[in-house]
Write a protein that binds this ligand. Structure first.
Ligand SMILES: [Zn+2]
Length: 346
């Protein structure tokens, strides 16, 4: 049941399972592969008329809707263009969303020559005044189900948080910004093409041992125990198990930012805090205990992997919001996920 549910989330609609051309495998059973049918690339009828549109391969990851909220919205369980971009700024934001869509489901009727320039804009500053040196990498990957990744410029060594799709143009931008010294992986779902990035950037990967598996066995620095651990003087790594055993948040102390992976985020649907309950792979109770830990940290920003970012007015508002959230989830205490015995998915 849980497996079927998971697969229905992972498999974009209109993808069809067909026997593979390579025929039978070593166990003499037929291999299958997913193909995207031609009609899947058609314009969804929910789009307004005009140049930009979303096709049927959308996986409802929400990325375009928070990157260009004036253009995209959720209709019928997928994204759609609800207003064609009308200004230069809206046009740029729509193209940034197009380039960041993990399944290339956003398309245009006519060729957009501006896309060449927009391609050079990543990574995007999150807030130049409030968060200097903190960037959104863009290029969300289908291997992480469209998770957000970040780049932090820092005098003691730049940090990438989780992995975007591998793009040489982005790697060259990182070179220009001083390279990447550390690749911090919040948890096993958002590792993406970590090996390719690590080879290209020659960086040290950091991940908690609880989430290390055959894909990440050669990660350079494995965190053991409950921490906290440090990267230089400004960053603390906070163990927040529950979503997965090895979930860790990166706390950027002077900027008062917490990079949370899938531990805590704002839901695009409700606008309230969320903790990816249906994707929980360890224990909901434990995850709630780990959310409680955050009351002891002084931060104003949540920059998550999945879900939307949050900016609080101050630590007082942050704590009040988290306390309300915990009170609303009290009935879930004692709930241990049934998914913790299943193989993980990226
Ligand atoms: Zn996750």
């Amino acid at each position: 049941m849980a497996l079927a549910l998971r697969e229905s989330f992972l498999r974009p609609r209109y993808h069809t399972l067909v026997p593979s051309r390579s025929g039978r495998n070593e166990r003499n059973t037929v291999r299958y592969r997913f193909v995207v049918s031609a009609s899947a690339r058609d314009r969804r009828p929910q789009n307004v008329e005009g140049n930009f549109f979303v096709d049927h391969t959308c996986i409802d990851c929400d990325t375009c809707r928070w990157m260009a909220p004036d253009v995209f919205a959720r209709i019928g369980g997928m994204s759609a263009v609800t207003k064609q971009p009308a200004s230069k700024d809206e046009n740029i934001k729509a193209l940034q969303a197009l380039l960041s869509c993990p399944t290339n489901s956003i398309r245009t009727e006519k060729q957009m020559k501006e896309v060449v320039e927009v391609n050079k804009m990543f990574p995007l500053p999150i807030d130049e005044n409030a968060l200097p040196g903190v960037y959104h990498c863009g290029y969300h990957s289908d291997k992480t189900y469209g998770a957000t990744s970040y780049f932090i410029s820092h005098p003691e060594g730049n940090i990438m948080v989780d992995c975007p799709e591998y793009k040489e143009i982005l790697a060259r931008k990182f070179d220009m910004l001083g390279g990447v010294r550390y690749l911090f992986l919040t948890h096993k779902d958002d590792i993406g093409e970590h090996d390719k990035w690590a080879r290209r950037l020659n960086c040290e990967r950091i991940m908690h041992i609880g989430d290390v598996d055959y894909r990440t066995a050669d990660v350079e620095r494995k965190l053991h125990g409950d921490g906290p651990w440090n990267i230089g003087s400004d960053f603390e790594l906070v163990h927040t198990p529950g979503h997965t055993e090895g979930s860790v948040c990166l706390y950027y102390k002077p900027m008062k930012v917490l990079f949370t992976g899938d531990h805590l985020y704002k839901s695009g649907e409700t606008g309230e805090l969320g903790m990816a309950l249906i994707y929980n792979k360890q224990s909901v109770s434990l995850q709630l205990d780990s959310v409680k830990k955050l009351l002891d940290l002084d931060f104003n920003w949540i920059l998550p992997g999945h879900g939307r970012r949050v900016r609080f007015k101050d630590n007082h508002e942050k704590n009040a919001t988290i306390e309300d959230f915990l009170a609303s989830k009290e009935h879930l205490y004692g709930n241990v996920s049934t998914r913790n015995k299943e193989p993980s998915f990226a």
